[in-house]
Design a protein around this ligand. Structure first.
Ligand code: PMP
Ligand code: GLN
Length: 398
């Protein structure tokens, strides 16, 4: 069999996405979850909740299966989910979205992101700008699409970008500025001037803004602001989100992207040959979720904030320096005072040492920038209170 490396393999190797032996490395999340299973440690690594989301949403999926909603749904998604997404964007953000032409249901936010990059990247000279640290699939999708990934570091405290550095990186080769807000892994919510600068630079250099808003309902101290609501942004923005975090259904992989019809058509042309469609009985269930009363969404954010407060207190008591998140599943803590100046080594040892799994921030950073984030560790707070309390007891022994 011919196993000549394809172009993607070469690009992936260049982007540091392959293991030293040249194999596609397991994702850091899979590796750390396996370590948790192997050692019996509490898994504060991979971001998934350990309890079910709203009963109405789960019941709607069961009913759909029982009612025979088990065959391919339409390519763009079932009409009622497209409508529910459009209604949700109007209700929470005042955005007007045509459900028939401007929305596409995808296999999670991950597929929406990858299909978008594959659809919009034309040449190896095209650049995708992201804030660093970045969610792992961004570098992989840019490599798959054959684009050059350009990064702008997030600076402590607050993990905001320097606007001059952002303006230096965005240029006429920038095809996409990809912004994840609230941000994984840092927990940052970007300041209004950051969002405004992204729009200004995208207009100036004729780039498309792609947003990853999977934590949109988990912003703790201020209502979430989609970039598409900023003046001049909607016409050049693809807004991506998913049901996984909002309804604690990460395994369902129902996501969506909305934006100008021409851009959605471009993403659809790629998406139809990636998965074509997915999750027929989950689509009506997510439509039920998106129509839940406001209180559901507010309560979910408040409950997660309480969990963060518990986790952050435990981490401080154990000797970490904590960066409390503004949104999302994760807290970043500096392990230097605990002998964790090399957080990757610290996290490898942590399951045996303390019975807890966490992820080094270096997993979200290109190899050449790892030094800047070397002592930082990401902990997931999206676990049951008793699990976090047990983790707190274990961390106290460090
Ligand atoms: N983007 C970010 C920032 C994430 O944290 C995740 C993981 N949950 C995803 C995208 C992937 O979302 P999905 O599971 O809907 O593909
Ligand atoms: N989004 C999850 C996290 O950041 C992981 C999802 C995955 O395993 N790809 O932990």
């Amino acid at each position: 069999m011919d196993v000549t490396p394809g172009a993607w393999r070469r690009t992936a190797a260049g982007a540091g996405l392959l293991s030293p032996s040249g194999e596609v490395a397991p994702t850091i999340f899979a590796e750390m979850s396996a370590a948790a299973v192997r050692t019996g440690a509490i898994n504060l690594g991979q971001g998934f909740p350990d309890e079910d989301g709203p009963a109405e949403v789960l019941e709607a999926a069961r009913e759909a299966i029982a009612a025979g909603v088990n065959q391919y749904p339409p390519g763009r998604g079932i009409p009622d989910l497209l409508l529910a997404i459009s209604e949700h964007q109007r209700r929470f953000y005042g955005l007007e979205v045509d459900p028939e032409r401007e929305v596409l249901v995808t296999a999670g936010a991950t597929e929406a992101l990858t299909a978008t990059l594959l659809a919009l990247i034309d040449s190896p000279k095209d650049e995708v700008v992201v804030f660093e640290p970045y969610y792992d699939s961004y570098a992989a999708a840019a490599a798959l699409a054959g684009a050059r990934l350009r990064t702008v570091p997030l600076r402590r405290p607050g993990f905001q970008p320097d606007l001059d550095e952002l303006a230096e990186v965005v240029n006429d080769r920038t095809r996409i500025i990809l912004v994840n807000d609230p941000h994984n892994p840092t927990g940052a919510v970007f300041a209004p001037d950051v969002l405004a600068e992204v729009v200004r630079l995208a207009e100036r250099h004729d780039a498309v803004i792609v947003t990853d808003e999977v934590y949109e309902h988990l912003s703790f101290h201020a209502p979430h602001t989609p970039i598409a609501t900023l003046p001049g942004a909607a016409e050049r923005t693809l807004t991506i989100s998913s049901a996984g975090k909002t309804f604690s259904t990460t395994g369902w992989k129902i996501g969506w992207v909305h934006g100008p019809a021409a851009l959605i058509t471009a993403v659809l042309t790629v998406k139809q040959f990636l998965t074509y469609v997915n999750g027929a009985p989950f689509q009506p269930a997510v439509a039920v979720g998106l129509r839940l009363p406001d209180a559901y969404f507010a309560d979910a954010a408040a409950a997660l904030l309480r969990k963060h407060e518990l986790l952050d207190g435990a981490l401080r008591a154990a000797g970490f320096e904590v960066h409390p998140p503004q949104g999302g599943y994760f807290t970043v803590a500096d392990a230097t005072a605990l002998g964790g100046a090399d957080a990757a080594a610290f996290c490898r040892a942590l399951p045996e040492r303390a019975g807890v799994v966490a992820i080094p921030l270096t997993a979200f950073v290109a190899p050449e920038r790892r030094g800047d984030y070397a002592g930082l560790v990401r902990f997931a707070a999206c676990k049951r209170v008793e699990v976090l309390e047990e983790a707190a007891r274990r961390l106290a022994a460090l």
